[in-house]
Design a protein around this ligand. Sequence first.
Ligand SMILES: Nc1ncnc2c1ncn2[C@@H]1O[C@H](COP(=O)(O)OP(=O)(O)O)[C@@H](O)[C@H]1O
Ligand SMILES: [Mg+2]
Length: 585
Amino acid sequence: MAAIRVLPAPLVSQIAAGEVVERPASALKELIENSLDAGAREIAVHLAGGGAKSIKVADDGGGIARDELPLAIAPHATSKIASLDDLERVESLGFRGEALASMAAVSRLTLVSRRPDDKHAWTITASGDEISPPAPAALAGGTSVEVRDLYFNTPARRRFLKSEATEFAHCDGVVKRLALSRPDVAFSLQHNGRECLSLRAQPPGERVRTLVGGDFEAAALPIDDTAAGLRLRGAIGLPAHARSGRDAQYFFVNGRFVRDKLAAHAIRQAYQDVLHHDRHPAFVLFLDIDPRQVDVNVHPAKTEVRFRDSRAVHQFIFHALHRALGLSVAGGTPAGMPEAIAAPSFAAHAAFEPRNMRLGLAEPSAFYEKLFGRAVPATGNADDVAAAPGADAPLGYALAQLSGIYILAQNEHGLIIVDMHAAHERTTYEKLKGALDRQEIPMQPLLVPVVFTASALDVATAEENRETLRQIGFDVAPGSPTSLTVRAVPAALADADARELTSGVLQELRQYGASRVLTERRNELLSTMACHAAVRANRRLTVPEMNALLREMEATERSGQCNHGRPTWHQISIAELDRLFMRGR
Ligand SMILES: Nc1ncnc2c1ncn2[C@@H]1O[C@H](COP(=O)(O)OP(=O)(O)O)[C@@H](O)[C@H]1O
Ligand SMILES: [Mg+2]
């Protein structure tokens, strides 16, 4: 091994910079936070090339004095805290004094600033380890920082940058999150000279409506709760409007957007009974807490926090949401809430009118026909088919549907109970798996392409992964910068909600990348797809449809297990039933 030596200063700063400036969006976040800390009322962002080429943030805040310009870009120099005590009750967004220094280390940075009393502005430039002395410049007021050619001197880092569209989408997300946290500040965003966002200072509700979408506001429950020094404000989406991705989830602690596992868990738990496991609630929540009760200095990017009393925070969030959700259900089913969600309990099922349970009221059996690409005997009738259970049909013949969840069938040994969602998910999953193995997932062109509004990140993901999407049976293309057009889906999933399905798949792709999704994450992907297509609880099936599912199960490998490892069917023998009723034979 070589001798131990101290690294040269520029290399040290380049290494450190990687933690703060992970990608253009993280530089942008730091710059906007500086503007907010400087008391800006208006912030203008100009990006070029997804931010990799240039990020410029101009504000009308307090500005920096000429003599302090070199300090601003010096590492560990800050005007925001001076002692440990300050750190422990920090209220500004920044405090580590390393953002500008980090950016200067790995880009060409220009800082122009003018304090209200200055006769003119001053500028300073920095790049790598070179720093110019302050020089006079022109600027009406406030501060303008430009970061050009990010990672120009660290090529290894540069190679990790994604496409321009993806990097821009991340930047766009940063601006939206910060804009949500400060509706009192005006924001504008331009990319490659085109205006993408322009927000004047506005009331919080209006800001949420503009950024999260009108459908969220219309289908959201207001939250405002206080307890023991904690306050939670904002709105949470109704379960029926949950999404397939986590894109509409915003959680702020003292105005700072954070990704917090504890809060996520509390929120998830509050929704537990009313939300399917692969759906994600929309929410915009602001937690106000005594700064001394929370540590924001966990990671250089400051997107994680640690609560002193994490139990209390968890309980508080959980109860606030649980109460709100409980009220919404007790107060009558909100419009548009499907039965499956509004009536999840046994009590609710029991209250169904008996005639609702009757067979034959079901939706047309064409549903299953399409699903399985196989004709279902139209004349099937419970009495006929159940009369002759035989070895040719190991899972027997359907008798009835129970509680909108189970299929009851009779075979030669006795009673078969099938969890219809799990069973359908399993058969679909195996079908997809077989098709992907043979590299021929058949595509089903949609008669009418489905167009839906999508986040910039989803649009970019679809664009980058077009080939992979084709491989798994999707034809998805951007319709505009904010919409996607789905022209074809895997034939086995033709009846699924194309939008939900596509979003679910894009989410996987974004999270794990195309190559992992097709290899180690393959089964997870297929199971996500299958789950989206599988028949939901409370869909009433006709006897022929139920029989079609039983036959499909028999034909499918491993149909005894659902994708999550739950069983899909269970046999209760006549002997067991006899024992139950103490019938001697
Ligand atoms: N837009 C701005 N307006 C006024 N002052 C700024 C601005 N950006 C940076 N500064 C000054 O530069 C210092 C260093 O900034 P930075 O490196 O981001 O560290 P931090 O924000 O953690 O203090 C800040 O403490 C602040 O005094
Ligand atoms: Mg800062």
